[in-house]
Design a protein around this ligand. Structure first.
Ligand code: C2E
Ligand code: MG
Ligand code: MG
Ligand code: MG
Length: 290
């Protein structure tokens, strides 16, 4: 369309484009209201600890139950929240709800570590540490039960500031993971300076396992080794097949997460899924013994 407009540059400010901007402003205003009126929901995706086969925790993933447009995925509104300064209140809600849910499960005898995604923008505000500690406090959740997920790019924006906040969180007992590792362009020297406990490999690293197996295995193996050398445990994201699960287990990943293990589910569905997982595992063990 831009090409066919030719020299007619004025088309850049066409009514269509203006309404697209207005649309975004409108949705941002709706999102602000959505946080206060309880339209956000968390789904949870189980994380498998590979050496034991047990579920070590879940990752909380936000969705927006929009009154007219249905259930919206984070990619439909997180960028907007970041652009319009709504991501801090949004994250406060996510932290509070995830912590509350984690305590509820704990009371029901399910001990899970809950992962919460933190936006890069949150670092700049300087309230991250306080927001995290407030959420733990209010819910009565032990800091060891929370895992914060930060992308490598968020760290790259202001490494010194990020490192200082990581250090404070670590002193408080909250563990941090590097999310989507391998999808950005952060330097390895930066990575080694981050006091994170878990390295989450981006699912793009697993995408080639079927077609370019030895190259993929080499890349995964290198990341596992790098993580270990930096004192981090590695987690493989986006495990979609039995073959990928076998591969990342063999290559020494500590954890795995992906559709092959479980899709993100409502909080309500978690206890039942855990029970079924446990039953399947002990069934498997009985068969092995027989
Ligand atoms: P992420 O933190 O890397 O989360 C993993 C995403 O991959 C989730 O998408 C999950 O549903 C999806 N996924 C899990 N297993 C598989 C698999 O086997 N195959 C494929 N193709 N995908 C898989 P989701 O829920 O749409 O979230 C997308 C991103 O949105 C997240 O990526 C995270 O960066 C962001 N996000 C989600 N919740 C929050 C939140 O509460 N706050 C912030 N700031 N960002 C969030
Ligand atoms: Mg994540
Ligand atoms: Mg991720
Ligand atoms: Mg990802």
């Amino acid at each position: 369309a831009a090409k066919s407009a030719g020299r007619n540059r004025v088309r850049v400010f066409s009514p269509d484009l203006r309404s697209a901007v207005e649309q975004r402003v409108l949705v941002a205003a709706e999102l602000r209201e959505a946080i206060d009126t309880g339209q956000l929901v968390l789904h949870y995706q189980p994380v498998l600890h590979l050496p034991t086969g047990e579920v070590s925790g879940v990752e909380a993933l936000v969705r927006w139950q929009h009154p007219t447009r249905g259930l919206l995925a984070p990619c439909d509104f997180i960028p907007l929240a970041e652009q319009y300064g709504i991501v801090v209140p949004l994250t406060r809600w996510v932290l509070g709800e995830a912590a509350r849910q984690c305590v509820e499960w704990e009371r029901a005898g399910l001990s899970l570590i809950t992962g919460v995604n933190i936006s890069a923008a949150h670092f700049g505000t300087g309230t991250l540490v306080a927001d995290v500690l407030d959420a733990l406090d209010e819910a009565g959740l032990a800091p060891e039960r929370l895992l914060l997920e930060l992308t490598e790019t968020s760290v790259a924006e202001d490494p010194l500031r990020a490192a200082a906040q990581f250090a404070q969180l670590r002193i408080a007992g909250v563990e941090v993971s590097i999310d989507d590792f391998g999808s950005g362009f952060s330097s390895l020297s930066q990575l080694v300076s981050i006091p994170a406990g878990v390295l989450k490999m981006d699912r793009s690293l697993l995408a080639g396992t079927a077609t370019r197996r030895s190259e993929s295995a080499a890349a995964i193996s290198a990341v596992v080794g790098l993580a270990a050398a930096c004192g981090m445990r590695s987690l493989a994201e986006g495990v979609e097949t039995a073959d990928q699960l076998a591969l990342v287990t063999e290559l020494g990943c500590a954890y795995a997460q992906g559709y092959f293990i479980a899709r993100p589910m409502t909080a309500e569905d978690v206890p039942g899924w855990l029970a079924a997982h446990r039953a399947a595992r002990s069934g498997g063990r009985l068969r092995q013994l027989a």
